[in-house]
Design a protein around this ligand. Structure first.
Ligand SMILES: [Zn+2]
Length: 345
């Protein structure tokens, strides 16, 4: 229970959220507040399944965990505790603090092409590579089924966070949150300071994210804090995979073994865990990288070779259909998953 002891604020974790909306407190009265909420809600519905007013009730200030109000003057959210203001972009609340922005900037993978003029043929070359590359990386046809089973299990009234959702969208009970503005993202936030009150969420999904965060233990403690007692988690992390930063945003910091993942999540009651993407997915990924590297060192030659190598190696991952369930598969698995529950103390 290392995770429990390492954070002093968790004694109050059972406390229900104090998030309130005091419409009309700021600006020109109730009418303006209602108008602002209607405008935000309308935009919000286009971006994510959960109604905006329900989402706001779950949110808290990521700087001080204070309650929020909708500020009709600026069509944004304001903290009643520390006074911090949070904007919305196209109906999506941007719940990032200055310290989050600084932390992310420190862990940023610099984009070598940033600031350079983009020549038309360079843009088309990149688009061609994207279109011509075989899709997908690891083979785990069961991951979707496992996540959907968890969402279904939590019911139609649940509030579930997809932490680091990218462009994924699971349905109306799931809040897709990311640090970047992908399509479908309903909330922009940082896993190190989740913009939610204590114990307000019924579930957290977090796949392919913990390798990219500066401090995986801090993010895990945050998942614990925002989850209610009995709430469920589905976490997946990579093991044998190539280095894969998102250029211009987050680095790729770490890998975890199957026991490393269980140790990180040891405060949770384990319901299920195992290989997500087996040894064949690992071999396909590494071989593709290796073949490209044999012939080119960098630049467009490497990118082209990487695309071509993808066509020589993509089929290998499907051998995981036979290998994933073998006892020793975890030794060189592509990644692991962990399903757990926040236990009663
Ligand atoms: Zn605050």
């Amino acid at each position: 229970m290392r995770l429990l002891r390492s954070s002093s604020g968790h004694e109050r974790m059972w406390q229900l959220p104090q998030v309130v909306r005091r419409l009309g407190k700021v600006g020109s009265g109730q009418a303006a507040a209602d108008e602002a909420l209607t405008a935000l809600t309308r935009k919000g519905r286009q971006r994510h399944g959960m109604p905006f007013d329900r989402l706001v009730q779950l949110l808290a200030c990521p700087a001080c965990w204070g309650s929020l109000e909708i500020n009709p003057a600026g069509a944004a959210l304001a903290c009643l505790g520390c006074g911090a203001a949070y904007s919305t972009a196209g109906g999506v609340p941007v719940m990032l603090t200055e310290s989050s922005r600084a932390l992310l900037a420190a862990g940023c993978d610099p984009d070598p092409t940033a600031g350079r003029p983009q020549r038309w043929w360079s843009v088309w070359f990149r688009r061609f590579l994207q279109a011509a590359s075989p899709g997908g990386t690891s083979y785990d046809p069961d991951q979707d089924r496992r996540i959907r089973a968890m969402i279904q299990n939590l019911g139609g009234e649940a509030a579930i966070l997809d932490l680091g959702s990218g462009s994924r969208w699971w349905g109306p009970t799931v809040i897709p949150m990311d640090i970047d503005k992908y399509p479908h993202v309903g909330l922009m936030g940082d896993g190190h300071r989740l913009p939610f009150g204590d114990g307000v969420l019924d579930g957290v999904i977090c796949t392919g994210v913990l390798e990219h965060v500066n401090d995986a233990e801090a993010v895990t403690r945050e998942i614990w804090r925002v989850l209610r007692t009995g709430g469920l988690i589905y976490i997946a992390v990579p093991f044998i995979q190539g280095y894969h930063p998102a250029s211009g945003t987050h680095q790729d910091f770490r890998r975890l073994t199957h026991v490393g993942l269980q140790e990180l999540l040891s405060a949770f009651q384990r319901l299920d865990s195992g290989v997500s993407g087996g040894p064949s997915s690992s071999v396909a990924w590494i071989l593709r990288e290796y073949l490209a590297l044999l012939f080119f060192d960098r630049g467009r030659g490497y990118s082209l070779a990487y695309m071509v190598a993808g066509w020589f190696t993509w089929w290998i991952r499907y051998l995981d259909r036979f290998l994933t369930r073998r006892e020793k598969a975890h030794r060189i698995a592509c990644g692991f998953y962990f399903m757990g529950r926040k236990p009663h103390s």
